[in-house]
Design a protein around this ligand. Structure first.
Ligand SMILES: Cc1ncc(COP(=O)(O)O)c(C=O)c1O
Length: 323
């Protein structure tokens, strides 16, 4: 098929059946939605396009203006790609734990990258959130995309990703599992799927160290936030895009479980995805143990493993971390 623009290739990603990396004798079917088929290799291309269109329509982003975002990488890639096509400048602020591949990728699209220390409170003046706000405030033509609280993000997943999943699965879906970074994916898709069938379970894989599961279960933080190595998911604050009312359960997953399964997925299924995708699959395996009837479980695989060559797919790094 011939497209007029790279932008037209965003979305309509495939769903595949997982055949090998499965719990023994499981009565369930596990499916994966492969978001690395997007041109920037992650799900974030979808929201990048929606957030920029939303800002253009409202007049928040003047022609040739500057896009500023505090990103853990993938949203930056999506925004940088859309910005390159549409003629905007980009400035990205990210914590130093983000892989070098992700930083260099943004620069390849012509974006400026600012690195801040990892593990700071969001309101710390040196955090990537605070620095991004400051950069945007100092530039009159800048638009702070703010993926965490920008409801164009969640709306895109309600309007597009949710219906896409519903049609692809012909409604034969029992459980949808994804991590929360901004919460846009799980909440938007969850809202849509529940609107079609309220029996579909919406489940979040939450890294150990993230406060989201506690907030959902107890309404307060029991375990203080701690650092972890899986990128893109888990939070130390509650983004506006999160809609807890459509989320049925949270499954805690640790780094070792995510990184080990990530490597197995590449070797055994030929599926080279990022650690957050493996974390979602691990969460799905755990959640599946609670199900009383054979179920169709769809796992969202957010990005491609080539973004993690210096970490998940580097033997030395894996050994150093004890995985
Ligand atoms: C690798 C990865 N996985 C999952 C997610 C979660 O998506 P969302 O921000 O829609 O909650 C993100 C987003 O930051 C991500 O970068």
């Amino acid at each position: 098929m011939i497209h007029k623009s790279l932008l037209d290739t965003i979305g309509s990603t495939p769903i595949i059946k997982l055949n090998k990396v499965l719990p023994q004798n499981s009565p369930h079917q596990f499916w994966a939605k492969l978001e690395f088929f997007n041109p920037g290799l992650s799900i974030k291309d979808r929201i990048a396009q929606a957030i920029i269109s939303g800002a253009e329509k409202r007049g928040d982003l003047p022609p040739g203006g500057t896009i500023v975002e505090a990103t853990s990488g993938n949203t930056g890639v999506g925004l940088a790609m859309v910005a390159a096509i549409k003629g905007y400048k980009c400035v990205f602020v990210m914590p130093e734990k983000i892989s070098m591949e992700k930083q260099d990728t943004l620069k390849a699209y012509g974006a400026e990258v600012i690195i801040t220390p990892s593990g700071l409170e969001p309101d710390d003046p040196q955090s990537h959130y605070s620095v991004a706000k400051k950069v945007a405030a100092e530039n009159p033509n800048a638009y702070l995309t703010n993926q965490y609280d920008n409801l164009d993000n969640r709306k895109l997943h309600f309007d597009v990703t949710g219906p896409e999943i519903w049609e692809q699965t012909e409604g034969q879906l029992d459980v949808f599992v994804a991590g929360i970074g901004t919460g846009g994916t799980l909440s938007g898709v969850g809202q849509y799927l529940k609107s079609k069938n309220s029996q579909i379970k919406i489940v979040c894989n939450d890294p150990i160290g993230s406060i989201l599961a506690d907030l959902h279960k107890y309404g307060e933080v029991k375990e203080p936030p701690a650092s972890y190595l899986v990128e893109g998911i888990g939070e130390d604050m509650l983004p506006e895009c999160v809609d807890f009312t459509v989320i049925d359960d949270f499954i805690k997953v640790n780094d070792k479980q995510a990184f080990q399964l990530c490597r197995r997925l590449a070797k055994e299924e030929g599926l080279m995805v990022g650690p957050s995708s493996a974390s979602a699959l691990f969460g799905a395996f755990e959640y599946a143990k609670t199900l009383s009837k054979p179920s169709n479980i769809l796992v969202l695989m957010a990005d491609h493993g080539s973004k993690y060559l210096s970490k998940a797919f580097n033997d030395k790094w894996i050994q150093e971390k004890g995985f």
